[in-house]
Every structure is written in structure tokens, then in C-alpha cells.
Design a protein around this ligand. Structure first.
Ligand SMILES: NC(=[NH2+])NCCC[C@H](N)C(=O)O
Length: 530
């Protein structure tokens, strides 16, 4: 049974600061720390992470399959040399959503990321429950997906290790990460920083080696006729997974010195480094060899083999096995903290809120690790990947909505919420209809129309356009209503609305979309009725 705890503190009077100045929560309660701190942003006793640590964590948990798997796959199967554009669009999409995270992180110091932001901005219990569900799925399933990907590479490299016949390497990796987390902050931070330096070094090596074989002919034609613009957009949907993970730093806000300044900076810096490295790697790859000759399952390794550079191929084969585990670790790190936060708020059993002597959420970490290991052992990679992307996109939408709603207090906030309630479904519906033209044929609306025996027609597109214009007018209204918050960062509301539209468009193209949205709707209804 859920406690009636979700309205954290009394609402401020209209016009007052977004975050109510109620009594300070007890230090043991790690829920959203809503009280604005001193002019310096405030510092928690025992805060251990600084800007460099957070940027390292962001790069650690973000740069991975984008460089080592997706760039090669998208180049060889979907976009050719224009993979650079696909990667750029994916990165831009994440940057749009990052503005919402940065804005909220500059005002709310909490361990629960989107869950805590929904709580702090008063979106209500249902939104909080959906956020919690999506975050758990995101952290746990993306850790499982990365581990399964890593295990496939390890088995393909075939080092002849006999115990790998009996034990699933993906499960072993998840257990290793869990063990590291239980060991405490020192071990985790050392592992993250060393692996990140090694990963950046490896990527710079492969970019430099590939660029030495630069041949402008490989970039012609830049957009192959058989792929076209829709190939580039399909590639963007696929490469989007490669930029996920930048939000992991939000979960460490309570462990960070001067969090309200450092976390937003780390979000942007981390994303710039990760996005820049991934796009540059994609460019180097397609400029070194013709995209059509790349092996979709082994991007850089196959490129170096084609170039006859066996040394570089061997470095990449071994190097990616050494640097990918930190991506899985980066996904698991926030999971324990989130589960602990949910237990403190009464969403999960109270024992999960217990912390050990060094203040780590021991039991929650163990539970998260065990559940993730089971997923890694049982669920196929494609399903893990899709469901995880759908959950992340839902989190992005919630973060952007929280950022806009948090601008207002009292009656105005009610108005804004009403407007968003019209805007979001309108936009969503029109994207359902339009998305096949932009992305894939598997979007929901054309599938439904075909099921009914028809073909998606111009009339449907007209309806969609009408809805789009309704959505735009709502957006203009929201823009008028949303005032700048009295503290912290403030991006134009249009940026957040664009992020909602972009994330919703991507969401409708995922096969896992219906599964995640149905579960989220069920959770919301259940929580609302309890
Ligand atoms: N929190 C997350 N969704 N993490 C998943 C990170 C995946 C990472 N971007 C990769 O390409 O391997």
C-alpha cells in the first residue's frame, strides 16, 4: 500500500520559488532534497564526487555500442557514409532532452533522477510510478543488454576459456559490477576513471588509425540512393541507443559536491565528449573503407581487416572487451540508489532503504544486481535493446514535461497541466500517423490501418497535419505561460516541447512501444486507484 507521501512539502505561494522552503528533510532520508541551499549551492557532508568524476561516469556509461557496434551496422545497412548524419541526429535528440535534465538538476538535488523530478514538480503519484518503472527498466535492462553484447564479443573472440562453456559471461559481468558496487565508492570511482581513460585512449587510437587511411572516394555518394533520407532517419533511431546513459550522473546528485552547479555541467560536458567521440569515430570508419564492405556485426575490426592492419584489428578486439564492462557498470550504479529511494518513499519494502556503514544502499544494490543478472541470462539482446529504448524515451518525455510544468505554481500550474494534457496526446497521435513517412513501416498507425484492410492515405495525413497545427498552437500557449523559474537554469519551453515531440516520434517506431506504454498505463491506473 502506498503511503500518502508524494507531495513532499507544502506548496509555495504563487510566484514563490519553485521548490518549497519547507523544513529540511532529515539527512537519512534520501528523497528529493527540495530545499534550495546556500548561495554557493550547498554541499552535503560526505559528498564525494566532483565534476571530473561525473564527466568520467557520463562518458563511461554512454560511449560503447555507438562506436563499437552501431556505427558499423548503420553504415553498412541503413545510411552508408551518411551514418555521420544519423549519429548527429541521435546526438542532437539526446542533447534536447539533456536540457530538461540539466534544468531540473539545477533546482532539485535528489538521487532518483526523473522519478525525483516528477515528485518535486508535483506531477502526481501516477507519473512518479511510471517514472520509477521506466527508470528501473532502463537501468537494469540496458545493463543486461550491454552485458549480452559484451558476452557475444567475448565468445566470438574465442580465447578458449573452458569455464565460459558452463557460465554465461553476461551473467558473470553483471555479478562482477554488483560486487564492485558493494565494495564502495572508492573501488567504483577507481574502476570508472581508469576504464574511461582507457576507453577514450582506445577510441582516439582507432579514429587516428582509420583517418590515416582516409580516402574521399569512400564518401561518394554521401547518401546512397538505395538508402535515402529515410535510411538516415532509420539509422538515427538505431544509433540513439549509443548516446543513452548521459543521465546516469543525475542519480549521483546527493553524492556530489555543489550538485546544483556540477550536475548540469557534467550532463552537457559528458554528452559533448561522448557525442563528439562517437560522431568522429563514425566519420573515420566510413572514410577509411567503403561502407558497403563493412561487416555489420564487427565495424572497426572488419574495417582494419579490410585495410590489412591486423595489429589495429587485434587492439580493437581486445580493447573493446576491456572497456565495455564499464558501460554495464554505469547502468547498474544508479539502480541501487533508485531502489533505495523508492523504498524510503514507501513504493518498495522498507528493508531496501537500509545503508551500510559507508552509506551505500547495500541491499538495494544486491537486489538490483541479482534481478539484472537473471535478465541478462534469459532475455534475447534485441528485446532488451528495444524495451530499454522505449523506457528511456518515456523518461525523456517525463523529464521535459516536468521541466515545463515546474515553471508554474498554483492556478497557473493547473492551466499548464491542462494544456499539456491536450498537447501531448495530440502530438503523439499525429506522430503515430505521420511517422511511417519519416522512419519505418512498422509504426503503429499504418500497421493498424493495414490490419483493417486499408492503406495509410493522404486523408489520414491531412488529419495528422490538422492535429499537428493544434499541437503547435498549444505549444505557443505553453510558451506564453511558462515563466522563467526563480532559480537555476531555464531553457526556452519550446526546446522541451521539441524534445517531447522528438522522443514521441522515436517511441512510435519501436516494436516494444506498445508493451512499455501498456505496462506504464497499467501501473499509473493501479497507483492512482490505491
Ligand atoms: N542508462 C542507459 N540507458 N545506459 C545504456 C547505455 C548504452 C550505451 N550508450 C552504449 O552504447 O553501449
Amino acid at each position: 500500500m502506498l503511503r500518502a507521501h508524494v507531495m513532499l512539502a507544502p506548496r509555495a505561494a504563487p510566484g514563490a520559488a519553485l521548490l518549497p522552503r519547507g523544513p529540511r528533510p532529515s539527512p537519512r532520508r534520501r528523497r528529493a532534497d527540495l530545499v534550495p541551499r546556500g548561495a554557493d549551492g550547498g554541499e552535503r557532508r560526505g559528498a564525494r564526487y566532483g565534476l571530473a568524476d561525473l564527466v568520467a561516469l557520463s562518458v563511461a556509461s554512454t560511449v560503447g555500442s555507438g562506436v563499437f557496434s552501431l556505427a558499423g551496422r548503420v553504415a553498412s545497412q541503413e545510411a552508408g557514409p551518411a551514418v555521420v548524419l544519423s549519429l548527429g541526429i541521435g546526438a542532437m535528440g539526446c542533447l534536447l532532452s539533456a536540457t530538461a535534465y540539466a534544468e531540473l538538476a539545477s533546482r532539485v538535488v535528489a538521487a532518483g533522477s526523473v522519478y525525483a523530478y516528477a515528485q518535486a514538480t508535483g506531477l502526481g503519484r501516477s507519473a512518479m510510478a511510471v517514472a520509477a518503472l521506466c527508470l528501473i527498466v532502463e537501468y537494469s535492462w540496458s545493463c543486461a543488454a550491454v552485458s549480452v553484447d559484451w558476452s557475444g564479443k567475448l565468445l566470438r573472440a574465442d580465447f578458449g576459456l573452458p569455464f565460459l562453456q558452463v557460465l554465461d559471461p553476461a551473467v558473470l559481468l553483471v555479478l562482477f559490477c554488483t560486487g564492485l558496487l558493494i565494495n564502495g565508492t572508492k573501488a567504483s570511482r577507481l574502476f570508472t576513471n581508469v576504464s574511461t581513460v582507457a576507453k577514450v585512449g582506445l577510441i582516439l587510437f582507432l579514429i587516428a588509425t582509420a583517418l590515416m587511411a582516409f580516402d574521399a572516394k569512400n564518401l561518394q555518394p554521401f547518401i546512397p540512393e538505395e538508402y535515402g533520407i529515410s535510411g538516415i532517419l532509420r539509422g538515427a533511431t538505431d544509433s540513439f541507443f549509443g548516446f543513452l546513459g548521459f543521465d546516469a550522473v543525475c542519480a549521483l546528485a546527493l553524492d556530489t559536491k555543489d550538485a546544483r552547479r556540477v550536475v548540469p555541467n557534467a550532463l552537457f560536458l559528458g554528452l559533448f565528449v561522448s557525442g563528439g567521440l562517437t560522431c568522429l569515430a563514425g566519420f573515420a570508419l566510413v572514410s577509411a573503407v567503403p561502407a558497403s564492405r563493412l561487416d555489420p556485426a564487427a565495424g572497426f575490426v572488419s574495417a582494419f581487416e579490410i585495410l590489412g592492419n591486423d595489429f589495429a584489428a587485434a587492439v580493437v578486439t581486445v580493447g573493446e572487451l576491456l572497456v565495455l564492462p564499464v558501460v554495464a557498470f554505469g547502468c547498474l550504479l544508479p539502480l541501487g540508489r533508485l531502489l533505495c529511494c523508492l523504498a524510503e518513499d514507501g513504493f518498495l519494502p522498507a528493508p531496501l532503504a537500509r545503508r551500510d556503514a559507508s552509506d551505500e544502499p547495500l541491499l538495494a544494490t544486491l537486489l538490483g544486481g541479482a534481478a539484472t543478472a537473471i535478465c541478462a541470462g534469459l532475455v534475447p539482446f534485441e528485446d532488451l535493446n528495444d524495451i530499454c529504448s522505449a523506457a528511456v524515451l518515456s523518461c525523456f518525455i517525463l523529464a521535459s514535461v516536468s521541466a515545463v510544468v515546474s515553471r508554474q505554481e498554483g492556478a497557473l500550474q493547473e492551466q499548464l497541466r491542462g494544456l499539456l494534457a491536450v498537447f501531448v496526446p495530440c502530438t503523439f497521435f499525429c506522430l503515430l500517423l505521420l511517422s511511417p513517412r519519416w522512419t519505418t513501416d512498422t509504426a503503429l498507425a499504418p500497421m493498424l490501418v493495414r490490419q483493417l484492410g486499408g492503406e495509410p492515405t493522404a486523408l489520414l495525413e491531412l488529419i495528422a497535419l490538422l492535429l499537428a497545427s493544434a499541437a503547435v498552437s498549444c505549444a505557443v500557449k505553453v510558451q506564453e505561460l511558462a515563466q522563467a523559474p526563480s532559480s537555476g537554469l531555464a531553457f526556452p519551453p519550446a526546446v522541451h516541447l521539441a524534445a517531447v515531440v522528438g522522443s514521441a516520434a522515436l517511441l512510435t517506431t519501436l516494436p516494444a512501444f506498445s508493451l512499455v506504454s501498456c505496462s506504464a498505463a497499467l501501473v499509473a491506473v493501479w497507483v492512482a486507484s490505491t
